[in-house]
Structure formats: structure tokens, C-alpha cells
Design a protein around this ligand. Sequence first.
Ligand code: ARG
Ligand code: ZN
Length: 865
Amino acid sequence: QAIHLKDYHAPDYKVFEIALDFVLDPAATRVGARLRMARTGAEDAPLVLNGEALKLVSVALDGKLLAKDEYSVDAEHLTIPNLPEKFVLDIVTEIAPEQNTLLSGLYTSKGMFCTQCEAEGFRRITYFLDRPDVLAVYTTRIEADRKLYPVLLSNGNLITKGDLPGGRHFAVWRDPFPKPCYLFALVAGDLGRIEDEFVTMSGRKVDLKIFVEHGNENKALYAMDSLKRAMKWDEEAYGREYDLDIFMIVAVSAFNFGAMENKGLNIFNDKVLLASPETATDDDYGRIEGVVAHEYFHNWSGDRITCRDWFQLSLKEGFTVFRDQGFSADMRSHAVKRIEEVRALRLRQFQEDAGPLAHPVQPQSYISIDNFYTATIYEKGAELIGMLKTLVGDETYRKATDLYFARHDGQAATVEDWVRCFEEASGRDLSQFRLWYAQAGTPVVGAKGLYDKSTKTYTLSLAQTLRPTPGQPEKKPMHIPVRLGFIGKSGASLPLTLEGENATGPEERVLELTEASQNFVFVGVEEEPILSLGRGFSAPAVFAVDHSPADRTTLMAHDPDSFNRWEAGQTAARAAMMAMMQGASPDPLYVAALGPVLDKAMEDMAFAANMLSLPLESEIAMAMPVVDPDAIHAARMGLVKTVAAAHRAKFAELYAALGEDGPFSPEAKAAGKRALRNACLRYLTAEDDEAAATLAHRHYLSATNMTDMIAGLAALTRMSSAKKDEAFTHFHDRFAKDALVLDKWMGLQAGSPRADTVVRVRALMEHAAFDIKNPNRVRALVGAFSANQLRFHAADGSGYALVGDVVRKLDGINAQVAARMAGAFETWRRFDPARQALIRAELEKTLAISGISSNLFEVMSKTLA
Ligand code: ARG
Ligand code: ZN
């Protein structure tokens, strides 16, 4: 049942136009589809339309109803043979949106209708050529009860609307831009709205509307502000102008992922749209800004130019992530943004690359495409674009993207089309670079330096290795941009002059590693340099340099590249914790090196907060041959306590100095201040005693925004004090009506290191606010629990059983989310035999269920393989 890229062939039929007619009813919605089509393939090729969970009412060809023997229907197709060259099909189907718990196709969420068609949801609305290379013009008529569904929306521009007898009304929308069906959207409901407008660079006025549940209008203001900034940014950074007269966003409560870029009508998970100071953290604000931009940017990278097939998914997703990252960096801080990106990449993508589900940025096959909306396709895909930009330079990068947008506008394109634009714009041969799309796995770039004092030469040997991944036993060397610099003992940067150059070189350069190993000889090097390698994280690789602890602290203090300053601190902390697990005491050099960080903390508060946060337990696990969750937890806690004790006065001083002043602002500077103060709180509450509990509790109670409230509660989750339950009850009662805030409340409890966490999570699954049918609730509780390395991997298997139980129950409700949750088991081979046996039992028990979804089957069978 696997689908292979090599089997791609162009469709046999094309659809010029589709007119849809919806008569909405939660239990039985009638969908009429009129398709104006033509044959483009062989004369005897039957028309095979996709369809799933549809009740077929009728099919007519050129106005004549077809008899039962003139077509055939099975669970997944409608097949019609003997068609003329050009024809019109009328298909009527019936669907039951309120029973659609998969949330793919047309479904209901809190009394409203909405759709999600990417990747293959449109076939759950009507029979169609559900593939991204079939582009058509859509007209959509929606008819519904006027009272229950006063708002009726679809893609494009509103053509007409009006009242109908019997308390009903209708609206007709038309989208003039040909699009694949995965970009279709429909919304109907009783919704509040906010409106604004944007004038494009050529002077066209665009109406902007965001629709939310009544009462949430003010919580959409930040999204609107983000949208306007994103529209402006895309004009300046990429020359992209918006094309319709109206742009709409709708927030829904039940949604399988973050958001969706339907043409002119983006649909959002309310979690990444709604914000107010009292209900959203600074991270939430940042995410909203980023996702609003991401979906908007898709209008060009995704909608105007779409993908030929789903193997090209990273063409739109990797590029669009890269675009939203650039936007967020410009809105906030480049240094901090880069750290956050790399931290997320290592946590999710490196993990994926190292495990049984590893796949290339351009996969060769899949069973369920839903399983390939991964960190590799998205985040590693974005890193590939970043490397291209590094290799060709900023100006040529813009030339290449201009060429791409001009040449492929209106097309369903491929990764190959994209790379070719870069080759043409730069005049460079990128054949080896293409391996980044084809080979899975994270390369390790090792470096060894040899300094010759007498000749003042420094020979840098770089070597790359790439371990086999499933289905790819042999790997070829990749084209890796390595940004680097040299630091002297005093902390000053040294010039990098390559052998053969007659002028003194710059203080930073990018080497291109293309062989398995390569030497680079630098001359005129006045002292033995400390190597600062992989600056700005110039490739999605592991840069392995054997620095001494003293070199690391020099880099932490003096590297002009802020990313590598942070990186040196993380590496030092990780090394310290690894040594502690072998019985060493906390590295005094590292602990001392945080002194200057604290002294300079006020200069860049957000950056300082990052310098102060230790690698997560799961990041430390990545560095261990056999993961020992208990030892990691103990080592990390030990290091936190040591740092806390060593710098107590400074933490207390900063904490006091950084209190909230003036009204709340979500902007980077104010958020950075909160981040630094909360980092101090983390160390001031390192011990599990009443003094710490009192401080955390006071922090929580005096907070005027959600970021600070969460920081106080997070500290309490580690504690045995009665103040913990007091605060959690208080928080619960205060936000009892706000599902998104209760998600945070659940997530914090699920992330607690305390021994009763599994029991608490089981109890929370019975809480009135928990609803297994809403993916946000499942992710908040169960997703947070499986990210809790200590408790999910409890030696008695209780954590595995919990997640296994949820996955099995969820599979019958929402297979996409079930498969996602099952990803928690992907690291299992890296644990001890006893834990492996427990996980294997969960996987086998699940795979033995008859009727398991293909989504879950794919994830679990590949995990086990
Ligand atoms: N295209 C959407 C976005 O990244 C996500 C769609 C996810 N679809 C899925 N089947 N997982 O903006
Ligand atoms: Zn996207």
C-alpha cells in the first residue's frame, strides 16, 4: 500500500472549473459538484476519482444521469469509463460533518462548520482528482440556516449572497486563481470578527478579516497586527504582493495541527491565533506571529506555486518555514531566533534523523502522507534553503527566488525546479547539493587543527560522516557550508588567510566541505587559534570539535558569533552533566563562566536567558549511547543546584531589579526581560524547600501576565509543598472556562518530575475539560507527558502503558493524531533492554489490533522494524 515517487505520472484528465453547491446540515450535508473536464491522457483511460466516507447520490454526464452499470464505486474510488474528450460531470454526494472525528474534510467544531483538506481531505467532501497537480477554478455556493450560521465563507471573492425561504440564506464565492483541491476551504457559523485593511505596494486596498468565537475578538488583535507586518515584510524581503481583494482568517477549536493556508481563507487552530496578556505566554505570542506569517507567506510559496505531488512537500513547507523564520528574526532578535530554531531542530529533527522514522527531505515513498508533515520536511527543509542562501549569497538568493516565482507562477512545481532556479541564478553546479534532499540523516562534521608555531600555519582537517538510515545503507559525501572563525587566547578574533592568498583574510569565512575529508591550510596565524566552527549553525549537522574546557569558556565569553557563544555554553553544560553521571562533581569552570554572563545579562536579556538555560533532559539523552533517564535527571538537577548556589546573590539581585513595570507589551524587549527574570526564578527555586515554594507561589500570585504565572507554576510542579496544589487549584478556578489556558494547566502537571505524575495524568484524562476528540486537549496532556522523559520512561513501564492506551483508543477517533502521538516511541532503541522490551510490548499489542488505521500502522511498524 506504499506510494512511490518513481511511479509518478501526470493525470489523465484535467479539471478546468468546479462549481460546488453545499446545503449544510451537521448530520447530512448535500454536496453538489459540477466539474468541467477534459481528457489529457490515453483515449481508453477511465476517469478514476478519489472518494472516502461519501454517500453517492447521483452522477450525471453532460446533463444525463448515469445508470448504475455506467460507473463503479468502491470504498475509495468512483470510476467512469468511456468518456468523451470534453465533458461536464455532475456529482451529488452526502456527508455527515458532525460524525467526522478525523477532522479531515468538512467537519463541525463547537457548532460551526469548517474544512481541512490538506493533504487528502477533499475526497471526503466529494469525488475528485484529489492530487495537487490538478488545478481548477472554484465557485462555491453555500446554503445554511441563517440564525445558526450567519457567516458563510469560502475561497476568493464574495459574488452574491441573499436570503431564502424557511429561515435559510446563501452565499456564492469565486476564487479566480486555479488551485489544487487541498487549498479549498469552507466555513459556516455564528462568529465574531475584527476587520482592518492593508494597502499593497502597488496601491491596492485589501480587506482583512479575522473570525473568532463571539467574545474573543480582542484576542485576535495581535494576529491582525502580525498579519499586516507579514504582508509588508513579504513585499520588501521577497517582492511578493497579495493578489485578492480580501484575506480572511478563521480560528477553530478542533484542529489537527497549527493552521492551513487555504487560498484567501486561512483556517487556524485557535491555539496559534488567540492571545491576551492574561491568557497567552510570550512564547504563544511569538508562535502566533510566526504562524500567521507562515500561512500568509504560503499565498505565494504554496498557493500561487504549489507542489506537483506530495513528495515535493518540502518545496512549499521548507521554503515557507525559512520565510517565516526570516520574518520573526527581523521582528525580534536574530541571535535569539537562531538559538530557538536550532534548539527545536535538534530536539525534534535530529531525533527523527537518528531513529527508525528517518526520511529524506524529499521522501521516496510513504503509506500515509499525513505522517510526513515532519520536522525533517519542515525544519530541515528550511535549513536547506538557508544553506543555499549561504552558498550563493544574499543578492543571488533574491535573484533565484524572483526567478522561481516568475517562472513557476500558476504551476505545480518540483524540488528539482527550485534547485534549477538556484543553479541558473548563481551559475553554480548544485548537483552535489541535491544530496541534501535525497539523503536522510544528520552528518557529523569533525574538525582537527594542527598549529605549526614556526611557520605560523594552521592546518584544519575537516571530515564528514553520515551513518546509514533505514533504506539507505550507503551515503555519499555532502556539500556542507562551514562558517568559521579563529579566536586567540585573549578572546580577540584572528584573520583567516588561506594558503596562496596574498592579502590578509577576513575574520570569518565559509568553507565548502565537499569531500569525505579535506584539509584547509591557513597562513600567518599568529598564535594557536581556538576554532569557532559552524557559526550561526551553518548546516544541519553535528559540528564536533574537541575543545578543552578552558577553550569553551573563552568561546562562551568572546566568540563574536552569538550562536556559537551560546553553543559553547551548551556544550560545556552537557559535558559537565555527562561527567557528573560518571561520578565527577560539577565542572567549576562552567559554573564560574556563568558569572560574566550574569554580569552582562542586562545588555541582551533574552540572549542571557538562553545562556542560562541548560540543555533539556532529552538533549542530553541524544549524547548517550544508552539513555538513563534517572541519571540524566539527577545530573541536571545537580548542576542547576550548583549554579544556583554559586551565583545566588546575583540571581536574587537580577530578579529584584527586573520586576514588571508599566503596561504589558508582547514585544521582544519586554519578553526578554520576563525571560531573564524567570530564568533567575528557576535558579532561586532550585531546592525543594518551603522558602523556594513560597517564592514560586508569590511569583505566581503577583504575576500580571500568563508568562510569569506559568513560570511560578512550573517551579511549583517540582515541589512537595502544599503550596503547589493550592496554586494549581487557584489557577484552575480562575481559568475554568478557558480551554486553551486549562491546556497549559494540564501540560504543566504532565511535565512534572514527581513520582505521582502518571497517576495524575490518568486522573486528568477524566477531568471535565479533557476531550479526547479535541487534538489540542490530547496534545496538551498526553503530548506533554510523552515529552517528560523522566516519567514517560519510568522503569516500571507505567508511562508507556498510558501513552499506548491513549493511542489505541484514539486511533478509532482520529488516526492522524493517534499516529502523531505514537511518535513518542521513536527513540526506543536507545534505551536499556528492559525498557525496550516494555515498549516493544506496547507496539506489538497495538499492531495486533484488527482494523488499525494505515496512519498508525505505518508509524508503529516502521518504529518496530
Ligand atoms: N500546510 C499546513 C501548514 O504547514 C499544514 C497542513 C498539515 N496537514 C497534514 N495533513 N498534516 O501550514
Ligand atoms: Zn506550511
